[in-house]
Design a protein around this ligand. Structure first.
Ligand code: AMP
Ligand code: MG
Length: 337
């Protein structure tokens, strides 16, 4: 298949491909998504094929505003509208009861569906022009780090999908926060651009699913099926070193070999002149770190490094999402200093 290169000027072309049952790589503020018409089961099935994604890992439906929720969801609680009012459009996915119109292949047979209203202007224009809910997971090959630039999309999907729309680098850089509103208290299934603290402001108490902070055991069934799979992983094994940045940098400097790679805060890059280094951003700037995390992980796949050592921020605010992605990339191989 010849994959078409589209830009922000080709919104109508992207929408036409989606309506015709095709697959389009779409920029969003979180990561690039791999979109298809969410009401067309054949089109949605092709997403799983292109990504090599397990069939039991459901997708998120993307809509232009909260007004569309009633088309696809039922028994929508007031707190869903309160969250939408506060954080939509934006990097937040709500799990709600689905209506039968949503195909099984989107939800992996669950009676719930993930709903998101993205902020990215090109994405919004495509959603409006397509006039269908767009089912989209992250646009990476299953297991690889999520794509945060059009170049990452081409790396994984060239020849496998109909088109890729270049909307520039993603401004958030980690996938959406997922909160399950079918439970009381609501449950954080995946940390992202809308922080736990922001959710609590609107919802009060929010439970944090254990899969956010630790490896799920073989017999455990996570609430977000995607969480049981190895994720975001570069080819070389990753070790996360958590704790005070001065100490984690010193630990890595003492332990990293010449053939290893290092992901570090900008201030500490000078310690690693002998190694391949990917800078995450300043130690105090979590927004910048979130924007770089996936590109940093991907970059090592173009090198011969034997192992990767990573500094990581404190798990508050956006740091919870960054820590979660790094820990998953490391298979929760974490050293606390
Ligand atoms: P991705 O954007 O590639 O991470 O894929 C969508 C994520 O949303 C996956 O991790 C899914 O497990 C999660 N998700 C989608 N729908 C549901 C649902 N109904 N219940 C729980 N998690 C969901
Ligand atoms: Mg994904």
């Amino acid at each position: 298949m010849n994959t078409e290169a589209l830009t922000a000027r080709d919104v109508d072309r992207a929408a036409a491909i989606l309506r015709a049952g095709g697959l389009v790589g779409i920029p969003t503020e979180t990561v690039y998504g791999l979109g298809a018409n969410g009401l067309d089961p054949d089109a949605v099935a092709h997403i799983f094929q292109a990504k090599g994604r397990p069939q039991d890992n459901p997708l998120i439906l993307h809509i232009p505003s909260a007004d569309y929720l009633e088309r696809y969801c039922e028994k929508i609680p007031d707190r869903a509208y309160a969250l939408a009012e506060a954080y939509w459009p934006g990097p937040l996915t709500m799990i709600l009861r689905r209506k039968p119109i949503v195909p099984d292949v989107v939800t992996a047979g669950l009676d719930t569906v993930g709903m998101r209203c993205p902020f990215h202007p090109v994405c919004r224009a495509i959603l409006e022009a397509a006039d269908v809910p767009v089912a989209a997971p992250s646009g990476n090959t299953s297991g690889r780090p999520s794509p945060t630039t059009a170049a990452h999309m081409w790396e994984d999907m060239d020849g496998k999908i109909d088109a890729i729309v270049d909307g520039g680098p993603c401004s958030v850089g980690v996938e959406s926060t997922i909160v399950d509103l079918t439970e009381t208290p609501p449950r954080l299934l995946r940390p992202g651009g809308v922080t736990l603290e922001q959710l609590e402001k609107v919802l009060g108490e929010v439970a944090v699913d254990p899969a956010v902070t630790r490896l799920m055991g073989a017999g455990e069934r996570p609430r977000a099926p995607g969480m049981k799979y190895r994720h975001y992983a570069p080819r070389a094994p990753v070790t996360v070193v958590a704790g005070d940045p001065q100490k984690s940098a010193a630990y890595i400097a003492a332990h990293a070999g010449r053939e290893d790679g290092v992901i570090c805060f900008d201030e500490f890059a000078f310690l690693f002149t002998g190694q391949e280094v990917e800078k995450l951003g300043p130690a105090a700037d979590k927004r910048e770190q979130a924007r770089h995390i996936f590109d940093a992980l991907r970059a090592f796949d173009h090198t011969q490094v034997k192992a990767i050592w990573a500094q990581c921020p404190a798990p508050s605010g956006l740091g919870l999402a960054i820590t979660n992605r790094l820990n998953k990339a490391a298979g929760f191989h974490v050293i606390q200093v």
